[in-house]
Design a binder for this molecule. Structure first.
Ligand SMILES: Cc1ncc(COP(=O)(O)O)c(C=O)c1O
Length: 376
């Protein structure tokens, strides 16, 4: 049966023969250690840089896994436990759902645009204010972007999205959304999944999902094979520096993305840290960190909302808050001059003049609050 992915994929990607990496041949071999591995122009002897205790680990002379299946398997377990915890259902992901570990959610977004959009022909659709990388990736490849702004409540404008679907290969949604901090209504997501079924892939970027686990769309993947979920270890897991993210998609989608992914995407040191973060002790730590961050966020939001300079603190399901100040003074600049680097979201009219502040430690947020209180 022809899938939507088959229909959307450009001929150039369909024809691609995946790069044959040096590690692929090892897959499935039971007696790997009996062979001399002289096929990848690696140094066969192990090197030790630095002193013996702090030096670079000696096994780094070999290329890593072509696609790191152990991290993908650990993430699958995490997703299944995540589903059990948040939905009380049989947590298993559908057998057709595959997981790929990539270099951050950003690489997942980039791969999807490359796999399913033909420059000059296809378009993606975004709903700003939202994460800027979707449009950036499309721009960088000469792929058009259709823009359907979120409503005043930062929700989907379904009639307008539906009117734009014709040449749209991918609809990129973000829930919880950056920079607004809210989640999209589940009934709207369902309605959109129904109307896009034979038309466009739908990506839901769940980079911040650990801060609102009940709202994940993972459980809908069995029913909607054109739904793709993007995740990351950069946010709740606190591992932005290791650059590990995940693409979760039906096998029909993944078979094309896998042709484009760079060989050996995850460096060994990152893979080792990711596996630790996803083991049972790592998950307990992540959950405790998340609970504590939510407590600080809610305290900070409340305190800031009481200041006379503040018009509104938008409710947040993430690790940041979006603040609208009264009047037209530039609070982003004010904070910067005081040594606090926040973010002023791009020029979307609905968030113009707002400041997005990441939630840090209690002491960082206390300092930020004091600086705002001192504003005259
Ligand atoms: C919504 C969203 N998606 C993806 C990313 C990028 O994640 P990663 O660090 O995994 O590339 C970010 C980073 O800020 C984000 O806000």
């Amino acid at each position: 049966m022809t899938s939507l992915a088959d229909k959307l994929v450009p001929e150039s990607v369909k024809k691609l023969i995946p790069y044959q990496s040096a590690r692929r041949i090892a897959r499935g071999m039971t007696n790997k250690q009996d062979h001399l591995w002289l096929n990848a122009n690696e140094l066969e002897t192990c090197c030790q840089y630095g002193d013996e205790k702090q030096g670079v680990n000696s096994h780094y002379n070999r290329y890593p896994d072509f696609l790191p299946f152990d991290i993908a398997a650990a993430y699958r377990d995490y997703c299944e436990q995540f589903q059990l915890d948040s939905k009380n259902e049989d947590g298993r992901l559908n057998a057709n759902v595959e997981i790929m570990a990539v270099r951050g959610a950003d690489e997942a977004i980039d791969l999807l645009v490359r796999a399913f959009c033909q420059p000059g022909n296809d378009q993606i659709l975004v709903c700003p204010p939202t994460y800027g990388m979707y449009e950036f990736c499309a721009d960088s490849m000469g792929v058009k972007t259709a823009v359907v702004p979120l409503t005043a409540e930062f929700q989907l404008n379904l009639p307008q999205i539906e009117a734009e679907l014709e040449n749209t290969s991918i609809v990129f949604l973000c829930s919880p959304n950056n920079p607004t901090g809210n989640t999209l209504y589940s009934q709207d997501l369902l309605a959109l999944l129904e109307s896009t079924k034979d038309q466009s892939l739908v990506v839901v970027d769940e980079a911040y999902i650990e801060f609102a686990p009940q709202t994940s769309v993972l459980h809908l993947m069995a029913q909607y094979p054109h739904l793709i979920v993007v995740r990351t270890l950069s946010k709740a897991f606190g591992l932005a520096a290791i650059r590990v993210g995940f693409l979760i998609a039906d096998q029909s989608v993944m078979s094309y993305v896998a042709r484009l992914v760079a060989p050996y995407p995850i460096a060994d040191p990152s893979a080792e840290i990711a596996l630790k973060a996803l083991d049972s002790a790592g998950l307990i730590q992540m959950k405790a960190q998340t609970d504590s961050l939510i407590e600080i966020r809610d305290w900070f939001s409340y305190e800031v909302s009481q200041l006379s300079i503040v018009d509104k603190v938008y409710p947040s399901c993430t690790n940041f808050v979006l603040i609208r100040f009264k009047g037209s003074n530039n609070f982003y600049e004010y904070l910067l001059n005081k040594g606090i680097v926040a973010r002023s979201p791009a020029n979307e009219s609905t968030v113009k003049g707002c400041v997005r502040i990441s939630i840090g430690s209690a002491s960082s947020m206390n300092k930020t609050l004091q600086v705002l209180k001192e504003y005259t």
